[in-house]
Design a protein around this ligand. Structure first.
Ligand code: CUA
Length: 334
């Protein structure tokens, strides 16, 4: 038993050290704090139950055989059934319900005196489309990365373009299913500015694991400035500005543009919007870190890096073309 206690203690201590982009044990918003509190309560309770069961199990080995009448046996059995089989589950599940209902309610889009910011997220196999309908001067669209104001509630309207996905930002709370043909809403709030990881939490095909995103929570003023900066015309200006890449732009317009949108050049919504791809942290929704030359590498190897992704292979293009396409796309930052 001492061995078991030591093991449990070590495990618990080990868990308190869990941190990182995707750790629910490192909450950065009230909804996530509520969830993690319930998690700790459940872990503690389950540990107590486990210790009790193990103790009883060991006791049965040591117990001396006692002569009992059938009535006495039945009485003891009834005690265990009522206590351990009915009373304990009813009490513990009721306690969890009392904790759980307000936590769930916090993430519901209940009416507020000031309507919260709305961000739309659409799940695709295997990437995220993000839309900001509230932007002044027209909707702003990005992919695989989203920015939100910190210190205020944000309503995420989520849906799917193909199969069922699940929208999850573990450090802010959640998660919620993204269903084709239906919009679900989850309200989340980040306490303070920071960068958080997001992950698809519903198996959605072979590249489900490579369906990540990043969330950047920033001060309200910074958020408004960012939205203004991402207006179509501004991005388009930048996309068309650099004459060194005229050829890459032509190549893009004649091939990539049938699926991808770049402000000022094309408006297809089949693949991720690339108007600001140079500003992303990763490529392929978390498959590859973004760095110099990464887009070129991705264009040549994406079917090996993320097999079955919907982008056709580019083997028919020569390296120089892919290289200049990659270099140009890297310049697309606001
Ligand atoms: Cu999308 Cu799993």
């Amino acid at each position: 038993n001492r061995c078991m206690l030591t093991l449990l203690g070590t495990l618990t201590l080990g868990l308190t050290g869990c941190a990182g982009d995707l750790s629910i044990l490192d909450p950065a918003g009230q909804a996530a704090r509520d969830v993690v509190l319930i998690w700790w309560i459940m872990l503690t309770f389950a540990t107590v139950v486990l210790i009790g069961v193990v103790a009883l199990w060991l006791y049965t080995f040591k117990r001396k055989y006692q002569e009992r009448t059938p009535q006495e046996e039945r009485k003891i059995a009834r005690c265990w059934i009522i206590g351990g089989g009915i009373l304990l589950p009813v009490l513990s599940v009721t306690a969890l319900l009392i904790f759980g209902v307000p936590t769930g309610k916090r993430m519901l889009p209940l009416p507020l005196s000031q309507p919260p910011e709305v961000i739309e997220v659409i799940g695709h196999q295997w990437w995220w489309e993000v839309r900001y309908p509230g932007a002044e001067g027209g909707e702003v669209v990005t992919a695989n990365q989203l920015i939100m104001p910190a210190g205020e509630p944000v309503d995420f309207h989520v849906t799917s373009a193909d199969v069922i996905h699940s929208f999850w930002i573990p450090r802010l709370g959640g998660k919620i299913d993204m269903l084709p043909g239906r919009t679900n809403v989850i309200r989340l709030e980040a306490d303070a500015p920071g960068v958080f990881g997001g992950q698809c939490a519903e198996f959605c095909g072979t590249q489900h694991a490579n369906m990540e995103f990043y969330v950047e929570a920033v001060e309200r003023e910074e958020y408004d400035a960012w939205l203004a900066e991402r207006q179509e015309e501004r991005l388009a200006e930048r996309a068309l500005a650099n004459d060194d890449f005229a050829q890459a732009r032509d190549e893009f317009a004649s091939t990539c543009a049938s699926c991808h949108s770049v402000a000022g050049l094309s408006a297809s919504t089949i693949g991720p919007d690339l108007s600001d791809i140079g500003a992303r942290y990763t490529l392929g929704a978390g498959t590859l870190p973004m760095e110099e030359g990464a887009i070129h590498y991705w264009l040549e190897n994406h079917q090996t890096l993320k097999p079955s992704n919907k982008m056709p292979s580019h083997n028919y293009m020569d390296t120089a073309t892919l290289e200049s396409l990659g270099a140009w796309l890297e310049t697309l930052t606001p």
